[in-house]
Design a protein around this ligand. Sequence first.
Ligand code: R5P
Length: 289
Amino acid sequence: MADLDDIREGKSYGVGVAQASDGFYLKGSNNLDWGMKDRLSRIFNPATGKSVMLAFDHGFIMGPTSGVERIDLTITPLIEYADCLMCARGVLRALVPPTSRKPVCLRADAGSTILTELNHNVVIDIQDAVKLNASAIAVMVAIGDQSTEAETVANLYNAVDAGLAVGIPVMGVTAVGKDMARDARYFGLASRVCAENGANIVKTYYTEGFEKVVACCPVPIVIAGGKKLPELEALELAYMAIQSGAAGVDMGRNVFQSDKPAAMIQAVSAVVHKNMKPADAFQMFNDLK
Ligand code: R5P
């Protein structure tokens, strides 16, 4: 029963003070619903607008590649340094501690392995993403691939419909077209197609002229790290991407295949969130080692 006595009359109405109506800090996201913005805020630090996503979904297509043979031994110790975890649902349920309190960008398409050509991937039932409390789902699109482009674009489109229904943002993952040059023109096209089809985040690859890729993509872009590079080069890659306007990295092998993954992810985070120069971040890496 609510108290009926000592009800205090309101008196601070702020008459004459306009109600705050700030725009949302992420590009292209201002018109999204509250739940979408809340989830995006878990992924992208509101203080910097950036994110270090730790990608360890590689096993869903590559099997136990180096660094992800034992997620519990190699990835779990890195979780505390990541802003967001990107993985597939099997590994999430089996191995990621639910006490991690980190947002998850759930790998949400499946159907291919490295043993065959790119297949006709299916997309997760969105209710499973809800059950897993995903902060985003990631769906690959194969722009320029004759046999799967249409199907993977449709996958993205359907995933966006499903995500909108439950407030879960979608990250469009640009696959690398086999027959297309890996340049700003291609990645710009692929990223823009993802965004036009409703992706709320785009994951693509850094390339020369990346500022143009970012400029014409209306939603935040994060870059994949790609194959393992020497640490300084990987830090330079992250730095150039951030300087070109990327909203962060979705990095896997250049973290978990490093000799010192915990030191590496902290150095990457300094580049992403503090604009640390690569040489300083490399020094940080060596000091943390
Ligand atoms: C690619 O589609 C995979 O989903 C990886 O998550 C992504 O490529 C990022 O990992 P890496 O930095 O190892 O390329």
